[in-house]
Design a protein around this ligand. Structure first.
Ligand code: PLP
Length: 429
């Protein structure tokens, strides 16, 4: 049977038929190879996961060596040396005083555990999240996801969750004319949310430093520093969701470093082990110690093979200065896209940091979202051998999130392909 038939008959999926009709057989670096032997330049990285490039030999080698020795023991049953080593390394590379980690297997699991830790530490119960956010697909993480499209058919959701407006300058909820004003208004509105939408029993504010699924919404530079002030004045913790933005993607190891503020808890997954399943949240030690005997556990969390891969991955990212490459290649792509934008009104907004880039497509000067145009651009790119993502709250954002090892010539190729795809699509709308 063809893989597609097997999928139809035996897999429970939410894939749109014909979504990306490629059967991936193997991958290396930035290249995905399909069953027929055709190569594609991957600009999506399996949703921002394979940051160090597919099948990186040092990472695969470390995982293989670990696999020969020990595949599983239970990180919270016996001492697992790789988990200890990785936790120490994460304490070294994450910002501020973050020190103690808990390991799980998925991003949603990390966020859910982090929320629970925040509640244990503060003794408070409520949560504030952002509109247009995405934090996962478990009940608790959907409860704090600010997008009805993602939440359909999953309710009822948890009580005790309030939403503050996303700092989305292109469609600023306050109609601000400058980024600074938008950042200022959005951060100050958080104070109103705390005062008028909660009972004042707020444990934690959770936000992505760059809202990936929302459409690469890139907060103005003043937003997080102002938010931190508001949170401190109410004694509320900041849980930073770096599940998608972490591990070099934005030009720094963690995206929150761009704002210079220190989260109280930071959640990570996707890029942590370059494709091996692993997630973690890391907290200041006094916060981490709020979990006591039996508070929380995960059977597969901290799997030794995934931890060995994560340790090697961090080595590769740091030694090869891959965050810097993300910054440089990101600047190249942004500059090229802005040039295209100057002559093509289909490109409403070009935004992002490093290699976490969104191109928001619009149908007119009223900024009417153009989701069909985004889908067509993705199709044309695929036909030309480049795989891009599509997302955003309106489904109209073309996403560029290639492995951060991508080279200058490859970025030039991406720009060429995108440029003609945008031109073709603009002609037909
Ligand atoms: C910011 C963010 N948080 C959490 C998640 C959930 O991660 P997972 O799919 O590994 O559960 C995602 C997944 O896209 C994400 O982008």
């Amino acid at each position: 049977m063809e893989t597609r038939e097997l999928y139809e008959k035996y897999l429970i999926t939410s894939m749109v038929p014909g979504f990306e009709p490629i059967e991936v057989e193997e991958a290396s670096g930035t290249q995905l190879v399909d069953r027929g032997g055709r190569s594609y330049l991957d600009c999506f990285s399996g949703i921002a996961v394979t940051n160090a490039g597919h099948g990186h030999p040092e990472i695969v080698g470390a995982a293989k060596a670990q696999m020969e020795k020990l595949v599983h023991c239970g990180t919270y049953v016996y001492y697992n040396p790789r988990a200890g080593e990785l936790a120490m390394r994460l304490a070294e590379v994450t910002p501020g005083r973050l020190q103690k980690s808990f390991f799980g297997s998925s991003g949603a699991e990390a966020i859910e555990g982090a929320l629970r830790l925040a509640k244990h530490y503060t003794g408070k119960t409520e949560v504030i999240a952002l509109t247009q956010s995405f934090h996962g697909r478990t009940n608790a993480t959907l409860s704090i996801t600010g997008n009805s499209g993602r939440k359909q058919g999953g309710g009822p959701y948890l009580p005790g969750v309030a939403f503050a407006p996303a700092p989305y300058f292109y469609r600023c909820p306050f109609g601000s004319k400058t980024e600074e004003e938008c950042g200022d208004r959005a951060a100050n509105f958080l104070d109103e949310v705390i005062r008028y939408q909660t009972s004042g029993d707020v444990a934690v504010f959770v936000a992505e430093p760059l809202l990936g699924e929302g459409g690469m919404i890139t907060p103005p530079a003043n937003y997080f520093p102002l938010v931190k002030e508001v949170l401190e004045s109410h004694d509320i913790l900041f849980l930073c969701d770096e599940v998608q933005s972490g591990f070099g993607r934005t030009g720094k190891l963690f995206a929150i470093e761009h704002s210079g503020i220190e989260p109280d808890i930071l959640a990570m997954a996707k890029g942590i082990a370059n494709g091996f399943p692993l997630s973690a949240f890391i907290a200041r030690p006094e916060i981490g110690d709020a979990f006591t005997v039996g508070s929380h556990l995960s059977t597969f969390g901290g799997n030794p093979v995934s931890c060995a891969a994560a340790l090697a991955n961090l080595g590769v990212l740091v030694d090869h200065r891959l965050p810097q490459n993300a910054a440089e290649r990101g600047a190249q792509l942004r500059a090229g896209l802005e040039k295209i934008q100057a002559n093509n009104p289909l490109l409403g907004d070009v935004r992002g940091k490093g290699l976490m880039i969104g191109i928001e497509l619009v149908g007119d000067s009223e900024k009417t979202p153009a989701p069909a145009a985004a889908a067509r651009v993705r199709e044309l790119c695929r036909e030309a051998g480049v795989l891009v993502g599509v997302g955003g709250s309106f489904g109209n954002v073309v996403r560029l999130q290639p492995p951060i090892v991508i080279g200058e010539d490859e970025c030039a190729q991406v720009l060429d392909v995108l440029s003609s795809a945008f031109e073709d699509v603009a002609r037909s709308v």
